[in-house]
Design a protein around this ligand. Structure first.
Ligand SMILES: Cc1ncc(COP(=O)(O)O)c(C=O)c1O
Length: 356
């Protein structure tokens, strides 16, 4: 591998003079803050919300660095990992010139981000076993390929991507390899976050939206070499993570034990639900899952999807995606919600049989 970040970053970002916020320009404690045109009298809410948040979220990053066993300088936080995806495009992909590689079926935001930024999308569909087609990916790479997006465990298929395949790509590709680990806490696979020292071209995305149960807070994490993070810091909005999110994230990050209990409970329910759904007539496949959802293949999946809606149950119809015909993605709910789902599915299957 011959990775040179200077060849990857967009030239205008290399030379960009980033916005310097008031908080960038002094260090240490100050009592009289008359620099940022905030409302010095307070707010209708708790008083300290009148101040802008820490632009680099130092305390949250310190805690995350400890949990993940990496350096705080290797972390960028986003307003959800969706923001990290967008910042990656804007930092490294030149509109109208560069391209990225995606491996569908996968999380659609990589394509949406590419389209927003006018970046060509090259597609190397997953193999029928939902693993990478490494040879196809390598064929697609050209001098304008900036990012290969890999989602592991993958949404919507639920499986983890073979580690050796990911390492092959990391070793051979001179651009960035982004591994989206939104569901990693539900998997027995090891995160790539601890492999940053081995791969200067590795970017890992994680989020508090899934296992941590904090989708409403919007806190996504991007882990990468310090040089990559430095460029991304130039591009992000100065105060992208609000004070409330930073405070609540700090509190939540002390509760690793409680989160691990929830993960175990969700995994147990996933295993149980998979068994029940597998045993139902008509169901063709419940794919193995390393996540908090199941992908279920069943004839007339779209009709079942619509029936479930009439019962007040919303799942995700993924039937239109590559290699996913007649497939529903079902999030693991509470015990009661899972029972409601199973009862409604059983009723639809009965109705379908009686109509035949
Ligand atoms: C694979 C994957 N990445 C990222 C996200 C978005 O995460 P966030 O809520 O942090 O923006 C999702 C959400 O469904 C996802 O499935």
């Amino acid at each position: 591998m011959n990775f040179d970040i200077k060849k990857i970053v967009r030239p205008n970002i290399e030379t960009l003079k980033a916005y310097s916020s008031a908080k960038d320009e002094y260090t240490g404690e100050a009592n009289v803050l008359l620099d940022a045109n905030e409302n010095s009298l307070g707010s209708p809410l708790t008083k300290w919300y009148n101040r802008y948040p820490d632009p680099y979220q130092k305390k949250v990053k310190e805690k995350l660095a400890f949990i993940k066993q990496i350096k705080a300088e290797q972390i960028l936080l986003g307003n959800g990992s969706d923001e990290c995806i967008d910042i990656l495009f804007r930092t490294f992909c030149e509109p109208g010139k560069d391209n990225i590689i995606v491996c569908p079926p996968t999380y659609p935001m990589y394509e949406v981000g590419a389209n927003i930024n006018n970046i060509e999308i090259k597609s190397a569909p997953l193999l029928p076993n939902f693993q990478l087609n490494v040879a196809h990916i390598e064929q697609l790479v050209n001098e304008h390929t900036k990012i290969i997006w890999i989602c592991s465990p993958n949404n919507p298929t639920g499986n983890s991507i073979d580690r050796i395949d990911i390492e092959t790509i990391l070793n051979h590709f001179n651009g960035l390899v982004v591994i989206d680990e939104a569901y990693i806490n539900f998997s027995k696979q090891k995160s790539f976050a601890q492999s940053l020292v081995d791969y200067p071209n590795l970017v890992v995305l994680q989020t508090l939206s899934k296992a941590w149960g904090l989708a409403g807070l919007r806190l996504g994490m991007c882990f990468a070499d310090e040089v990559i993070i430095k460029y991304m810091n130039k591009v992000k909005a100065p105060y992208n993570i609000n004070i409330v999110t930073q405070e609540l994230a700090l509190t939540a990050l002390d509760e690793v034990g409680q989160v691990n209990d929830m993960i175990q409970h969700l995994v147990d329910m996933r295993i149980a639900l998979a068994e029940v759904i597998k045993s139902m007539p008509l169901v063709q496949e419940v794919y193995p899952s390393d996540t908090n959802f199941l992908l279920v293949k069943i004839p007339n999946a779209t009709q079942l999807y619509k029936y479930l809606l009439t019962q007040g149950i919303v799942v995700r119809d993924r039937s239109s995606l590559e290699n996913c015909s007649d497939s529903l993605r079902i999030t693991i709910g509470t015990e009661q919600e899972n029972t409601q789902l199973v009862d409604a599915m059983a009723k639809w299957i009965d109705l379908t049989f009686s109509n035949d």
